[in-house]
Design a protein around this ligand. Structure first.
Ligand code: ASP
Length: 345
């Protein structure tokens, strides 16, 4: 850790369960005033850091998070980038993986920690998981080694594990352990000590100025396949006016029905300039088009492999790329490479 007096962390509270306390009269959960965070979590004072907070007003349940909220978070980080060593984003768990993925693409050349966290129980409740999540996130965001931040990337810290944000999915509505990263190891795990897995943490390389991308195009759809999916559903989805990209959520290693009407609906979409990307419905493993006959046809039509990307990363990567460009061959090139460690290439 650096000289404690100088370490400064900005906590951005977007909303979600973590920021709730029980009203003493009614017993109902209500957001607490985030400028009072040190009163709610006095343990934070022991770090001796300069902790500053910014709260969304009104706080958002994360089901109401949208690209405008991502832009707001990105702008707060941009405006304060030079003044803080690290950033914590407190966020509802429901869409946290989308937001962390989005921010990873929006913040190009990031060289400081941006750690998302939240909780399953409000910070004001006795058995809360929020305190440990927040305290450990602050410790991670403030961690330095040889004068450099240990985790210079967008992460999600939850219940003892720090994951790369764009590799994470919410997989449990009940357990404190609510997230998983099926295709990438944890960046750190906390027990008595926080153990960093240095070899899997991204290095910013040559330090370039932060570039904040604020153009996001939400003209995309997810078409989740299931046995018996009707021609009408497939053709209607692929025929949505103005659609720029479709994520085909396929079976297993990227497989889909072989019926002629299905293949021709997909190739028609591709010919009309819609980007079609193949992402598996499985939480672990990768799309490998061509292993089975049921995916060879997709590859032959020009569908792009999403490899081992999560749906959350695929959605936000496409929003980002279609937001910054209309050039399909450039976008396809960017989809084939890993921009922020979101897929294994
Ligand atoms: N519905 C809440 C949200 O995502 C749940 C949570 O905070 O965990 O905002």
């Amino acid at each position: 850790m650096r000289d404690n007096k100088k370490t400064s962390i900005l906590i951005i509270y977007t909303g979600g369960t973590i920021g709730m306390v029980q009203d003493q009269e009614t017993g109902a959960l209500k957001p607490f005033r985030f400028d009072n965070i040190l009163e709610e979590v006095p343990e934070l004072r022991k770090f001796g850091f300069n902790l500053t907070s910014f709260a969304f007003n009104p706080p958002l349940d994360s089901s109401n998070i949208n690209p405008a909220a991502w832009i707001k978070v990105a702008e707060i980080i941009e405006q304060n980038y030079g003044s803080f060593d690290g950033f914590i984003v407190l966020h509802g768990t429901d869409t946290m993986a989308y937001s962390a993925s989005a921010l990873s693409f929006m913040l190009e050349n990031l060289s400081k920690p941006v750690i998302f966290t939240g909780s399953q129980l409000p910070i004001g409740s006795l058995r809360t998981d929020g305190k440990e999540n927040l305290i450990s996130s602050v410790e991670i965001a403030a961690a330095f080694k040889n004068g450099e931040p240990v985790v210079p990337e967008v992460g999600i810290y939850f219940e003892n594990s720090l994951y790369r944000g764009n590799r994470t999915s919410k997989n449990n509505t009940e357990d404190f352990n609510a997230f998983m990263s099926g295709n990438y190891p944890p960046l750190a795990e906390s027990g008595v000590h926080i153990r960093y897995n240095h070899s899997v943490i991204r290095s910013p390389g040559k330090k370039l100025p932060l570039v904040v991308h604020k153009q996001l195009d939400n003209n995309l759809a997810i078409l989740k396949l299931f046995p018996g999916i009707s021609r009408t559903v497939v053709e209607s989805t692929l025929g949505i006016p103005g659609l720029r990209a479709v994520i085909l959520e396929t079976f297993g290693a990227g497989n889909a029905p072989e019926e002629d009407w299905f293949i021709s609906a997909v190739s028609h979409a591709l010919q009309s300039g819609i980007i079609v990307m193949n992402v598996t419905q499985c939480k672990t493993g990768s799309v490998e088009m061509g292993v089975y006959e049921t995916s060879r046809m997709l590859a032959a039509t020009g569908v792009i492999s999403g490899r081992d990307m999560t749906t959350e990363a695929a959605v936000t990567k496409l929003m980002h790329l279609t937001g910054v460009s209309r050039d399909i061959s450039w976008i396809s090139g960017q989809l084939a490479v890993s921009l922020r460690g979101e897929m294994t290439v």
